[in-house]
Design a binder for this molecule. Structure first.
Ligand code: DX5
Ligand code: ZN
Length: 212
């Protein structure tokens, strides 16, 4: 299991130190949650702060857009050269256009669905993305209760086996040592965890407990 700590739960007063610490503690990716106050009822950070994060991070960035205007935000964040930019299926009318735009910057495109969105909606786009992110909470906040989406993970795995076997599966929301084994079993490749890791006094131990 690859582990992507979500810096949404970091101490923003010492953000640079937090990013350096999780990278040293064994993070595989640095998960950055970008919210616009429209698609989700919260706002987080923009390109200035994410640029500062990218300058201290020793692991690639995994940018999760929770916004209405995906093309606009892709243009803001692509120059920071993250490994992934993911955008929500629910917020976009022109999915292939956004995927192509991300790819043109040399970045891996990823698509995200909310807990209530069926996996079958992804049928026409999975072959064009490098990762699918399944939300296991409704996006907007850290520290929410995990929604058991195990059947969706298995269904996605089958869809990917047919159309894009190299595509990775990421899960985000309420991930901890309590559900990580079941997530692995269901077929997850990358676990995002915010409050579980940053709420732990030993980041290395917390990250290791998720590397199953
Ligand atoms: C929620 C974000 C998540 C969040 C996860 O909208 O996408 O990345 O930070 O936080 P936890 O792990 O605390 O649920
Ligand atoms: Zn996220």
């Amino acid at each position: 299991m690859l582990v992507a700590p979500s810096i949404l739960s970091a101490d923003f007063g010492i953000l640079a130190k937090e990013v350096i610490d999780i990278c040293e503690a064994g993070a595989d990716l640095v998960h950055v949650d970008v919210m616009d106050g429209h698609f989700v009822p919260n706002m987080t950070i923009g390109p200035l702060v994410v640029k500062a994060v990218s300058e201290v991070a020793t692991k690639p960035l995994d940018i999760h857009l929770m916004v209405e205007d995906n093309s606009f935000f892709v243009e803001l964040f692509a120059p920071l050269k993250p490994r992934y930019i993911s955008f929500h299926y629910e917020s976009e009318k022109h999915h292939h256009r956004v995927i192509q735009k991300i790819r043109e910057y040399g970045i891996s495109p990823a698509i995200v669905i909310n807990p209530a969105t069926p996996v079958s909606f992804l049928q026409e786009v999975v072959k064009y993305v490098d990762m699918v992110l399944l939300m296991s909470v409704n996006p907007g906040f850290g520290g929410q209760k995990f929604i058991p989406i195990y059947d969706k993970i298995k269904e996605l795995k089958e869809l990917l086996q047919k159309h894009n076997p190299k595509c990775l599966i990421e899960v985000d929301g309420g991930v901890s040592d309590k559900n990580i084994h079941a997530l692995k079993e269901a077929g997850v490749d990358i676990a995002v965890a915010g409050s579980y890791i940053f709420g732990h006094k030993d980041y290395k131990a917390a990250i290791e407990s998720l590397k199953v």
